[in-house]
Design a protein around this ligand. Sequence first.
Ligand code: SAH
Ligand code: SF4
Ligand code: F3S
Length: 433
Amino acid sequence: MNIYIETYGCQMNVADSELVRSILKSVKLSVVEDIADADVIIFNTCSVRQHAEDRVLGRINNEMSRKRNKKNLKIGVIGCMAQRLDKKLNEMNSNIDFVVGVDQYKKLPEIITDLFDEDDFKCNTLVDDKEIYKDIYPIHTGKFNAFVTIMRGCNNFCSYCIVPYTRGRERSRLTADIINEITKIGEKGFNDVTLLGQNVNSYNYKNVNFAELLRRVNKIDSIKRIRFVTSHPKDLSDEVIQVMAESEKVCEHLHLAMQSGDDEILAKMNRGYTSQHFLNITKKLRKAMPNIAITTDIIAGFPGETDEQFQKTYDLMKKIQFDYAFTFKYSPRTGTKAAEFIDHLPEEIRLARLQKLIELQQDITTLKYKEQIGKIKEIYVEQVSKKSDKEMAGKSRDFKITVFPGDRSLIGKFVKVKITDAVGWTLKGELIN
Ligand code: SAH
Ligand code: SF4
Ligand code: F3S
């Protein structure tokens, strides 16, 4: 039986799809890379914004024609939408044959096999706040970078966010398992690992906190670069900043969601920090690591956000100068606290504010990239450039795509490149010895 997996949403979902691959392969079910070969299509889905859900539902509809031509083709939904919508998914689209929640992936082989014996809809979305998929080693599908889940779930309940409802309570993986997995990954040739969790700073297993975990991962010989997502501004401790600065493998790159620059909105979002606290952290980070790239997430048009409050977000973004910002227009999620607020803003206002933030950040990002000209950067070469086969492309430690003249033999190697230009959001450079 051939299974095809299509993944949406954040890196946690990418990592979960790799986990699911491993679970399926362990019982000799084969995972295929071409959807045309599939007997079963699994959509691993995201609920973070309405748009994310609509996209997947549209994709599932598209695949219905394939089902008409291939009578026995089965379609399943896993991930956050499975957890949130449960049986309703089958009511919304009766061509969905099975739904499996985020804590029940070990049951997937059984559910899939049963589908071919009895043709009725299958659904298992039981919550198991203890499930950490211990002893299951994911099959990493990236070429050079591997995602390693260090914790699952989230306890923060930011008022706009569906994740604590879809992913359940926070739980950390055993330190020894994480270290083992990373050591194995490194031995397989992945030089770059990204530690994953909705709030990695609250990692805690026995006496190992996130700072200590970073120290231990930094000592693993077989890997060369370490990144981690996502950090929460209320939990990013001075100790973590210090370990980042001291650990040569931890890259000068941090994603830290600001969400808003206004204290009242931050409080309404239940974020647990003020704009001043956020600003202070960025200062500390830049003091400890002058070359650090800081990226962020911002929500435009949160319920009740006034023009003045929005202006504070705009001004703080301008002041901090992020290397990049993921900007979103607020999307109400049923079941969250913010969805119950009575002061939702009209779509046009949310959209207009989003547009302003996008334009501001475009200018800042352009400037940030131009600032790199003249610098010498270490590039991990990943592939031939899309534009020319005489050029190679890779990433700097501060997560900037860099292109330079070179040949294929450099792929998978670390090289030094002098930056000569910034075109859009790509750095151009030349190899130096
Ligand atoms: N755990 C991560 C965020 C995961 S969700 C963190 O705390 O940083 C990724 C981003 O989606 C969030 O940072 C937020 O900016 C955005 N987001 C979450 N819920 C949203 C909603 N209801 N509407 C719009 N954007 C949302
Ligand atoms: Fe959502 Fe907040 Fe948890 Fe991030 S920390 S996943 S934004 S509830
Ligand atoms: Fe989306 Fe779930 Fe991640 S809602 S952002 S896939 S944790």
